[in-house]
Design a protein around this ligand. Sequence first.
Ligand SMILES: *[C@@H]1O[C@H](CO)[C@@H](O)[C@H](O)[C@H]1NC(C)=O
Length: 146
Amino acid sequence: MATRQIFLFLCLCFVVFFVSADGRSAHDELMKYGFPIGLLPANVDSFTINSTSGVFSVRLGGSCRVTLPPDNYLATYSNKITGKIVENRIAELDGISVRAFFKWWGITGIRSNGENLVFEVGVVTAKYPSKNFDKSPLCEGTRSSS
Ligand SMILES: *[C@@H]1O[C@H](CO)[C@@H](O)[C@H](O)[C@H]1NC(C)=O
């Protein structure tokens, strides 16, 4: 009797886990930590986060190239992005690069103060208004199914 209830309970937990791990929740999670959703493209496949440590992993439907506002920097997202997120701060970021000064630079961290985002590339930082990232960027070169 009790075993069956525990089994049922475990099944329900798995359902809840998989529902909460769908693509949209990655964007919800960004907002929860004080970041705009436009930091991630729309084609999120799966997402995991350890809410204790903040260590997260995002899988995209494929690697993705976008143009970032307002200076039209080219950026690429690997199909797997990892890092560590806490309130208003993403660290140990891996999987997002921007093109500047004829080179690709890995973005290592992002900070938010609500109004602005500060992107860190090693010790170099660049500040942009958060409102430029209100919408998820569309991956270029992928055909939208219409
Ligand atoms: C989550 O992070 C905490 C703290 O680092 C760690 O003790 C725990 O094992 C992690 N949980 C999972 C499921 O990885």
